[in-house]
Design a protein around this ligand. Structure first.
Ligand SMILES: Cc1cc2nc3c(=O)[nH]c(=O)nc-3n(C[C@H](O)[C@H](O)[C@H](O)COP(=O)(O)OP(=O)(O)OC[C@H]3O[C@@H](n4cnc5c(N)ncnc54)[C@H](O)[C@@H]3O)c2cc1C
Length: 286
């Protein structure tokens, strides 16, 4: 990641208010972390991310290790407290190709290890291209895997709690490895369950039998199984499409949508058109 792309000249000191694990112990650790930022100039909206600056020393003499995290709360703050925002963080590890050793990801482990009362340095908020539509008759088609659910939690809070009376269709296609990995919709945390009764909302959950967390293959099956509705929605000029999570999802999605469009070429043209009309927004990371 090129840090020069992000302005880090105006950092904020945030205090961890709460950190709770929202996946069971025998699976990947994902935490819902609430931080307090008591500064009125920090006012993020749905779909934005913050930068977390991990104090050094770091490898290669780097002054900062900065990583981005999507904000999981809406513009009125976590639990309507403007001074608090929430994040959904997966504790990452990677295997060194040469030594075969397992190393912890720096920022995600730093964040997941922080306890209530600890302070962290954050920057941002960043990004204004992944925003819910203003018109409440618009449809939302949200497709995500793993922690890619974070901005969608923010969207749902905004459209159903802050806006109210959402008239357009809201569809969530969400992939996870097991039922307990369905973030914000499992026994440990059921924040999204609040919206399942909304008349306009429908969720399609895809569980993967494969061992890798965030495996996108099954979400493809769910999209295929609901191809008619998905395709109808995509063609409707009132539909805004949002895709969030691991970048491997992009290829899966392109393949499915190309088959629905009739050819790769047809889908490429259509996607270009959707982007041009601000109806196709993505938030990908590795
Ligand atoms: C816009 C945006 C939003 C994001 N939102 C979220 C979010 O809501 N939740 C979330 O959990 N994450 C999110 N991420 C991802 C997050 O920014 C970090 O990339 C992630 O947490 C890993 O960072 P880290 O510092 O823990 O790991 P790092 O220490 O940076 O390592 C990250 C990865 O780099 C690779 N790597 C690094 N060093 C080596 C090495 N020596 N050998 C082999 N591989 C190596 C590995 O694949 C490893 O997993 C988002 C990213 C973006 C761009």
């Amino acid at each position: 990641m090129k840090l020069v792309e992000y302005d880090i000249s105006n950092p904020y000191t945030a205090t961890v208010v709460k950190s709770e694990r929202i996946t069971p112990p025998d699976t990947d650790e994902v935490r819902h972390i609430v931080i307090g930022v008591p500064d009125a100039t920090f006012s993020p909206i749905e779909g934005q991310s913050i930068g977390v600056l991990v104090p050094g020393p770091h490898e290669f003499g780097n002054e900062h290790h900065m990583r981005l995290y999507s904000i999981a709360s809406s513009r009125s703050g976590e639990n309507k407290n403007l001074a608090e925002v929430s994040l959904c963080v997966r504790r990452c590890f990677y295997i060194d190709e040469v030594s075969g050793e397992k190393y912890p990801g720096v920022a995600s482990n730093f964040l997941c290890d922080r306890k209530p009362g600890d302070t962290i340095t954050i920057t941002g908020p960043y990004g204004r291209q992944f925003l819910p539509p203003r018109d409440n008759t618009c449809n939302l088609l949200m497709i995500g895997i793993g922690t890619g659910i974070a901005p969608f939690r923010a969207f749902m809070k905004h459209i159903y709690e802050e806006r109210g009376e959402w008239k357009g269709k809201v569809r969530l296609f969400y992939g996870a490895r097991t039922g307990m990995d369905l973030l914000y919709h499992n026994d440990l945390n059921n924040d999204l369950g609040l919206y399942y009764d909304q008349e306009t909302f429908k969720a399609f959950e895809a569980l993967s039998p494969r061992p890798h967390f965030d495996e996108p293959a099954q979400i493809g099956d769910q999209l295929q199984a609901n191809a008619e509705e998905v395709w109808e929605l995509i063609q409707d000029p009132k539909t805004h499409i949002y895709v969030s999570g691991l970048s491997s999802l992009e290829q899966t999605l392109d393949e499915i949508l190309a088959s629905l469009a009739g050819s790769e070429h047809a889908w490429r043209d259509m996607k270009q058109d959707l982007v041009a009309h601000h109806r196709w927004s993505t938030l990908f990371y590795d």
